[in-house]
Write a protein that binds this ligand. Structure first.
Ligand code: ATP
Length: 235
């Protein structure tokens, strides 16, 4: 479904990605793990067109999108839930969700999807008329994921969904990530610093260091990998 071929991405003179190649097959949950500053967020930014790669290819369903604009990329079915959620603080929960569907005109299906996300996260139904910035961090993360789902993405990019949340909330969010993948057949690319959690929910994973992919394997093998255990699982 998605293929990155030798992408190099820069912020001015600073090279953040030094030849990243990876691929994601339809239906998978793939995780990208690595330390602070390894280049995980930049990889997502390069996919969704916010920081386009200077060289290399991003291929989505056989078509090159490396030079496409972010809105064209969303229209093709790639949607990102950014680090720090970035919901609209002064819009209500329902208005935030409506914004997720702004490229769509299939009213009946939008209504069905709204019901679906409210079923996934019943707290959002209870808070439907509350402004985004009055929600807790966990509720904001649920809203950010739901807003992305309202775009009916084929590929959902999640950047650090566990960041700053309490363990019970994280557990719930990871259960839902799995459910979305299984029930909606949404392919998921999950960037996480919490490698343990990410590898438990993912099918496969990539490990990134200093702008390069250094290891790739099944999630099961990565959980058992000595190097990964020492560096990222604290074992
Ligand atoms: P974190 O988990 O801390 O978000 P990360 O693995 O997502 O880390 P990136 O945010 O992709 O890493 O950063 C990769 C490199 O690019 C780092 O060296 C970082 O300092 C640099 N970088 C990121 N954003 C910018 C920016 N806007 N301007 C300049 N350099 C940046």
């Amino acid at each position: 479904m998605l293929k990155l071929e030798d992408i190099h991405t820069y912020y001015g003179n600073i090279q953040a990605l030094k030849g990243v190649s990876l691929q994601i097959t339809e239906g998978e949950i793939v995780t990208l793990i690595g330390a602070n500053g390894a280049g995980k967020t930049t990889t997502l930014m390069s996919i969704c067109g916010l920081v386009p790669p200077r060289s290399g290819q991003v291929i989505f369903n056989g078509e090159s999108i490396a030079d496409a604009s972010p809105n064209k990329i969303v229209a093709q079915g790639i949607c990102q839930v950014p680090e720090g959620r970035r919901i609209f603080p002064h819009l209500s929960v329902v208005e935030n969700l409506d914004m997720g569907a702004f490229l769509r005109d299939d009213k009946d299906d939008i209504k069905a999807d709204l019901d679906y996300v409210m079923e996934l996260f019943p707290i959002l139904a209870q808070r439907r008329n509350q402004a985004g910035d009055t929600l807790s961090g966990g509720e904001q993360q649920m809203l950010a994921i739901s807003r992305a789902l309202m775009a009916r993405p084929r590929l959902l990019l999640l950047d650090e969904p566990s960041l700053g949340l309490a363990p019970l909330v994280i557990k719930r969010i990871f259960e839902i990530i799995k459910k979305i993948n299984e029930e909606q057949n949404t392919t998921i690319f999950l960037v996480e610093q919490n490698a343990n959690l990410a590898l438990k929910v993912a099918h496969r994973g990539y490990v990134m260091e200093n702008g390069r992919v250094t290891i790739t394997d099944s999630a099961e093998n990565l959980l058992a990998n000595e190097e990964v255990r020492k560096a990222y699982l604290g074992i």
